[in-house]
Design a protein around this ligand. Structure first.
Ligand SMILES: [Zn+2]
Length: 210
């Protein structure tokens, strides 16, 4: 069996040291604001996978911080945090309506996509959510997307004052679907607020423990 000394010298050979200073952050797992003194740090000049190195420096600091509220690790590449705290409000379904449960779960997926720095995924999910909401509200499945939006408007599922919100979600999802561009985090967060408002106004029962 490897001794503690062997284990720690393996860490040191790989460049890992205990964190030198406390770090304050909002945990992406439990959502609490914490100051962590526990974790490891290293330096690297490359990232594996789809992430891009933060900034132009040839070498950057990686930290793994253990949250002292939930004990789960969060990774920092310099100041870039993964996972980030969930954005937007928590919405709960009542468990009695499967279609509504699905809408709430998909909404949760969009929030998680944003916490993983994937704004385009979130924007596409917002478009998909409009389709699910329309079907839950009586539209036939397999319609064209524009027909789902019309259903939400013409069947008075959504009041006229909210039409501009609906159109914004529709148009942003459309751009994401057809144009070669990536949504920004700001765009996605703005739409998240619009979608949250829409869901809460159609399903007021979902806001009881938000
Ligand atoms: Zn935590």
């Amino acid at each position: 069996m490897r001794s503690d000394h062997d284990v720690f010298s393996g860490y040191v050979r790989a460049g890992w040291y205990p964190n030198q200073k406390p770090r304050s952050f909002r945990c992406g797992w439990c959502g609490r604001s914490v100051t962590s003194e526990t974790g490891l740090q290293n330096y690297s000049d490359k990232l594996v996978g789809p992430l891009e190195p933060p900034g132009d420096e040839p070498e950057f600091k990686i930290e793994v911080r253990i949250c002292n509220a939930c004990n789960v690790g969060t990774t920092f590449f310099e100041d870039f945090q993964l996972p980030k705290p969930l954005r937007g409000e928590t919405i709960n379904s009542d468990g009695k309506d499967k279609a509504l449960d699905l809408i709430v779960k998909l909404y949760g997926e969009a929030r998680k996509a944003l916490s993983q720095d994937c704004p385009s995924c979130a924007v596409l999910m917002f478009r998909k959510l409009l389709m699910h909401i329309a079907v839950q509200q009586g539209a036939k499945p397999r319609l064209r997307f524009v027909d789902y939006v019309d259903h939400l408007k013409s069947e008075s599922v959504i009041g006229k004052p909210l039409f501009p919100l609906l159109d914004r979600i529709k148009d942003a999802g459309n751009e994401e679907n057809h144009e070669i561009k990536r949504a920004t985090t700001e765009e996605a967060e703005d739409l998240l607020n619009a979608v949250t408002h829409l869901i809460k106004s159609i399903y007021p029962q979902t806001t009881r423990s938000a």
